[in-house]
Write a protein that binds this ligand. Structure first.
Ligand code: BV8
Length: 234
């Protein structure tokens, strides 16, 4: 069902990074449990208590130095190298997909490794020791304060025009390691289905929208993806 000229769009969520040791959001020891979403992942939370939000993200940025891509990330690189038309959209803000070698990649919810100036909006990857402390950082281009280059709730996700275009042209849509809680990402499955794409879900637990998938594989992405990609690229 997947051959070299099949047009594939993939959406990943926190579940694909779980086997690398990055906690997901809604599993029992999810990230949010230590904090209410409104406090740490909204513009209002940032305005109300920037130090709390900054410390929350600096702790997650420091964790990037301790984790590695897993076999799920690596299998997606093999699939991308095999296909002529491939787009990987991730809700994740870690850098494990690019470190595994993914190229055609959109971080629709931003990136932990990057910071953005609140005044001139200059974006930079800043992951040296001095950028990971709990003191605020200033923009190198002006004097604005740097904020996480992250899409918070009620902020516009990134790359939406490119994503919508890819979804309108795809033959196969694969959602991996996502609970289907967060919009507009959770709508991509329906957009692809309306286009007539074949839809595949891979998740540890059946997500809320499991019945909308043509095929669903329950289990760990790091175990299932290498087997599926080996079959598809044979
Ligand atoms: C927007 C960055 C509009 C932060 C994130 C009411 C109803 C519907 C929608 C809304 C509503 N009220 C508000 C909204 C919109 C809102 C939303 O969807 N809210 C939800 C909570 C109801 N969405 C927004 O605000 C979005 N923006 O709508 O803008 C707009 C329009 C015009 C102009 C301006 C604005 C922005 C949403 C982005 C928020 N930012 N991340 C950060 O990371 O710090 S969301 C956050 O959740 C992460 O990005 C995460 O990736 C994402 C989704 O979670 P998942 O990835 O699915 O993770 P989760 O833990 O939920 O699930 C993991 C799954 O993996 C589980 O199912 C588990 O079983 C599985 N798993 C675990 N281990 C494995 C595994 N699977 C396979 N293998 C394993 N080993």
């Amino acid at each position: 069902m997947i051959s070299k000229d099949t047009n594939v769009v993939i959406l990943t969520g926190a579940g694909i990074s779980a086997e690398s040791g990055i906690r997901t959001f809604r599993d029992s020891n999810g990230l949010w449990e230590n904090h209410r979403i409104e406090e740490v992942a909204t513009p209002e939370g940032w305005r109300a208590n920037p130090q709390l939000v900054w410390n929350f993200y600096q702790q997650r940025r420091r964790q990037l130095l301790e984790v590695e891509p897993n076999q799920g990330h690596e299998a997606l690189v093999r699939l991308e190298n095999y296909l002529e038309n491939f787009l990987l959209v991730t809700q994740n803000v870690d850098d494990l997909h690019e470190r595994a070698g993914s190229k055609n990649l959109i971080h629709m919810h931003g990136e932990l490794a990057k910071l953005r100036c609140e005044s001139c909006h200059h974006v930079e990857t800043l992951m040296d020791e001095e950028h990971l402390k709990e003191t605020f950082l200033s923009c190198s281009e002006g004097e604005g304060r740097l904020r996480p280059h992250i899409v918070w709730f009620n902020e516009m996700p990134m790359g939406m025009a490119e994503i919508e275009k890819a979804l309108s042209e795809c033959d196969v849509f694969i959602a991996i390691g996502t609970s289907g809680h967060v919009y507009p990402a959770a709508n991509f499955l329906h957009t692809a289905k309306r286009r007539g794409a074949h839809t595949i879900g891979i998740n540890l637990e059946p997500p809320e929208n499991v019945h909308f998938f043509d095929e669903f594989f329950q289990g760990k992405a790091g175990e299932i993806l290498p087997l599926l990609v080996e079959k598809w690229t044979r």
